[in-house]
Unconditional design. Structure first.
Length: 168
């Protein structure tokens, strides 16, 4: 590998690593933590809410940030940024799959930073909120997290499919 090829490889590797962290934690929250919370005795729940969840949410949101930043850099380095953002309308559909995947990832990133994280700060008591606001915020965070979980499947399919164009 030379020059730009190595840089592109490096950013693809960083993109995959950060994506694994982000989506792995997303799936942890939705398939492990949320369903397990009703089974945890009330006296033990503060350990989850005060220790485990804030740490997991830190890595979750920064995994999301690293994934989108490295993905955008990768698209620019590989010369398909404009075509992907245009969802393939500028290149006879060649960039449709990666474009859909990028847009789904961007929506998910937005949900993490501007809906889920602010709601979780209220729900976990990181910022002051009354009991009703905490309850409503927990529900909002859960619903948007579930939305991201559902979006993650077509997003991952599109990202992988873009690397194997014979699917389209």
């Amino acid at each position: 590998m030379e020059g730009l090829d190595f840089v592109s490889f490096l950013f693809r590797w960083l993109h995959v690593l950060s994506g694994v962290m982000w989506i792995g934690l997303l799936w942890y929250f939705n398939f492990v933590q949320i369903p397990s919370m009703p089974k945890i005795p009330d006296d033990q729940k503060p350990a989850v809410g005060k220790v485990i969840a804030p740490t997991a949410l830190f890595w979750f949101r920064w995994g999301a940030m690293a994934t989108i930043v490295t993905g955008l850099i990768l698209a620019m380095l590989n010369g398909y940024f404009i075509e992907a953002v245009a969802i393939g309308f500028t290149d006879d559909g060649v960039s449709t799959a990666i474009g859909i995947g990028m847009w789904l990832g961007a929506i998910m990133w937005f949900n993490v930073w501007f809906v889920i994280w602010p709601a979780q700060k209220r729900a976990l008591g990181i910022v002051d909120a009354d009991a009703d606001a905490k309850k409503a915020s927990a529900r909002t965070a859960m619903l948007f997290s579930r939305t991201n979980t559902m979006l993650s499947l077509p997003m991952l399919f599109c990202m992988v499919s873009a690397q194997n164009p014979w699917y389209f």
